[in-house]
Design a protein around this ligand. Sequence first.
Ligand code: F6P
Length: 553
Amino acid sequence: LTGNSGMTLDDPLKQLQSALDHPAHRQALQQEREQFHALDLRTLFAQEPARFQTFCTRAGDLLLDYSKTHLREPTLQKLLDLARASGLPEAREALFSGARINHTEGRAALHTLLRGTRQEQHPAQAAEVAHCLQRQDRFARAILDDTWRGHTGMPIRRIVHIGIGGSDLGPAMAVHALSHFHLQPRREFNFVSNIDPTAMDQVLQQADPQTTLFIVASKTFTTLETLENARQARAWLVNALGEHAVARHFVAISTNLEAISAFGIDPDNAFPLWDWVGGRYSIWSAIALPLILAIGPAGFRDFLRGGALLDAHFLEADLRHNLPVILALLGIWYSHFFDTRSQALICYDQYLHLFPAYLQQLDMESNGKGCHRDGSPIAGPTAVPLWGGTGSNTQHSFHQLFHQGQIIVPVEFLVARHSLNPRGEMHDMLYVNCLAQSRALMMGRTLAECVQELCERGMDPDRAQALAPHLVMPGNRPSTTLVYPRLTPSVLGQLIALYEHRVFCQSVIWNINAFDQWGVELGKQISRQLLAVLQGQPGQTALDSSTAGLLAL
Ligand code: F6P
């Protein structure tokens, strides 16, 4: 494996290649693609009345209906051939066996071990994880039963979590998503990530230092935003309660335990993380401390078990019925063969309000890459922008574009079959709204149907003819629907693990490294240079006129 410098990186997956670069596979799939120029989803459903049964897969509590996509059985078989020829089974084994598949950083990606998968294969790491879990549980119980008190003897009632990226998005999303399961007395949870001082200011304005616990979460403990926010929080606390208060009001999580100590946080209040856990895969570790404080140790174990359940499915189900594999192949099918350039995730579940933002980092930071594992450039697209929101709100915002816009956006719907907070018929209304969207996208509405409908409503035929083109919906737009019974800790664990594995499967088929993120480095480097210039230290590098002009304002 040689990069530009001639240096060799040690890659345990070096024998793998993307079968997308193989003409035979591309041609086979291109041929499949051709038929869908003349064959739309409406016709497919008419021809194959059992599509729901054929293209529906379950894993744990999750059911995925992907019948409203451009697949026939032979198409799916060719996509599965692509996955096999790209070495998916071998790469999956390498992932779980702890091979250093994050080869550019020389690290394994063993986040699955945190949820108990394949513990027997990694006894040393498993023992460290178990020890950390015990400490987390003890700490959480002490906070929850009020035996851990603040410096002045008051119980902790507000948790302020400071972190960014993977050290923020997962815990923030999960604490919000599982708010139905928060233990009594309910505590306030705040998440501060941005370097914008307003973010910290808004939280400190409402906080009482005597009852507030700060959690500083940073895998590296070098991240500018997190360290600066933590400094501000520490100064605020010391100003109110004095230096001795820090030990009762600050805990931290990091791989860098020395840096935690140097920052002035008691080493007894530090929870470890390991370099084999990527930042955006760290929700299963002590980074989830706010979640553990919110739902308690038992709830957190359910969450971990949910993740493990999906691991078992990913490892054991045959590829044809393997949920992460199917989702991964659909993403590749559309972006490579239908030229779709974004994907939407619409959660018909208020609790999943922050899920699209969480998934954005997981998907785009993992797979938004420009070269194959051996450093050679990639010809086609890798991750496409993922965006979304909460239904039914999004129907009144951007679904217009899904239905009549001139670009095709494959949509993934997520919906709970039952509500955790039933109120009359509201959940039924939510559920049918979700189903109505996927049906409307698939069926569309023809010109003739529009004219007929308008006339039936009593419109004058000439006016109906004039108005009808505006009402036409092309249909034939793909969507999948993922249904789960209710959003419990276990179900959330299953959902997260599902998407982690989807991202991994796609990375294998593209033959890229999903576990590094070199693309974020240059911006950090330049911002350090610019801060020096802004603070009056002359810069080493000449600045372009735009940056210099903006800096001088
Ligand atoms: O800048 C990107 C990133 O490195 C993410 O990958 C990571 O989740 C985030 O920053 C935070 O990093 P840390 O946990 O080390 O503070």
